[in-house]
Write a protein that binds this ligand. Structure first.
Ligand SMILES: Nc1ncnc2c1ncn2[C@@H]1O[C@H](COP(=O)(O)OP(=O)(O)OP(=O)(O)O)[C@@H](O)[C@H]1O
Length: 240
């Protein structure tokens, strides 16, 4: 088997003066994996993602990205490999125009302006947002803003794309559009935390389910989505 892109080993994380939220998490992600991170509210999905990005430091255990430990001295290098979509797209759009938002990251990393602009226009065309290139984020709808924010991440060509609740507030048309964009994405690993189980079933193949501080399930998503009893037991009732 090829070298894993991301490894999480025996991870323990507790907020100050609380019992651990993550209590011995182990899994690895290989190139080509498209993974749903599932779990009831408060099960620790966002906490796990923040540990992966080095935004939180675990009490024990290890996280490796492309074999490099996620630790303070390596964070700049690690973040070059990972694209992370925040729940609020507005956090990612802060330039006067969408085109400048999308070219900002690559230019910061030394990509020539003309190349960054070509890439940005390509992404905008793919997302159906060409007409908005020179508009500000304030003039976009919630769905358009979400896709524009995703374009700012994909412009950096991450190996790993991590999204936290990407469909919140999107209507069915935009949920489908977002799914299509993600299905076309060519990076190595896609990891999405969401409560939107049916949508996850269209975009991902593998499910990791967090429950009581552990990975309760690591397996194919389709059989799990059909197993209402197991889902119910994990605090994930279907159709609610
Ligand atoms: N700053 C904090 N201090 C103490 N406890 C916290 C803090 N942030 C989160 N928690 C607790 O950690 C647990 C996990 O929270 P987390 O946000 O990671 O869960 P989640 O699975 O992402 O939830 P949701 O599905 O609602 O987004 C929850 O019990 C939460 O109350």
């Amino acid at each position: 088997m090829s070298q894993p892109v991301l490894v999480v080993r025996d991870l323990v994380y507790a907020y100050a003066k609380h019992q651990p939220v993550l209590n011995g998490i182990t899994f690895s992600l290989q190139s080509g994996d498209r993974v749903a991170l599932m779990g009831a509210t408060g099960s620790g999905k966002s906490t796990l993602l923040e540990n992966m990005m080095g935004l939180k430091q675990p009490q024990s255990g290890k996280i490796l990205v492309n074999n490099i430990p996620v630790e303070t001295p390596n964070l700049a290098q690690i973040r070059r490999f990972i694209g992370f979509g925040f729940q609020d797209a507005n956090d990612q759009l802060f330039m006067p125009t969408i085109l400048e938002d999308i070219t900002f990251g690559p230019r910061n990393y030394g990509v020539a302006n003309a190349i960054a602009i070509d890439k940005a226009r390509e992404l905008l065309a793919e997302f159906g947002l060409e007409a908005f290139a020179n508009r500000s984020a304030h003039e976009l709808s919630g769905g358009q803003r979400r896709l524009a924010a995703l374009a700012t991440i994909l412009a950096l060509e991450p190996d790993i794309l991590i999204l936290d609740e990407p469909t919140t507030g999107l209507d069915p048309g935009w949920r489908r559009k977002l799914a299509q964009v993600l299905l076309n994405w060519q990076g190595k690993v896609l990891l999405i935390a969401s409560h939107d189980l049916r949508w996850l079933g269209k975009v991902t193949q593998r499910a990791l389910v967090l429950s009581q501080g552990k990975i309760a399930i690591d397996g194919e998503i389709q059989p799990l989505l059909k197993d209402a009893v197991t889902l119910e037991g994990l605090g994930l009732p279907v159709d609610w």
